[in-house]
Write a new protein. Structure first.
Length: 110
């Protein structure tokens, strides 16, 4: 009788342990699902942060390009204004040369 009771106790312990093991398996599956969900959330958040940082970097690069372009256009404007001034000076020099030649010719006649 003692042997039957021992077998009964051990089989009860075995089935209880098996039930606990199945419960733990279920908890492990739930934990794995939760971990997957958290990883996905982290991936999305990281993508948002990286996307924002990348956009800031691209906008800074575009800004630098635009500032450089503005500086070049300003230089072109100054060169254009200088060329216009030089054309006026050249025209004035031509007029002065013509006037000097006329004066020179009129002095030679007297």
């Amino acid at each position: 009788m003692h042997l039957v009771r021992e077998i009964s106790l051990r089989s009860d312990s075995f089935f209880e342990a098996q039930g606990q093991l199945q419960g733990l398996d279920g908890e492990i599956v739930e934990a794995c699902v939760r971990i997957r969900e958290l990883k996905e959330g982290i991936r999305v958040l990281t993508g948002d942060l990286v996307g924002s940082a990348k956009q800031v970097q691209e906008l800074n690069a575009a800004r630098e390009n635009l500032v450089g372009l503005q500086q070049k256009l300003t230089l072109i404007l100054y060169v254009s204004q200088a060329m216009s001034a030089l054309k006026l000076v050249s025209a004035c020099v031509s007029v002065c040369i013509a006037l000097l030649q006329m004066l020179s010719n009129s002095f030679e006649q007297y």
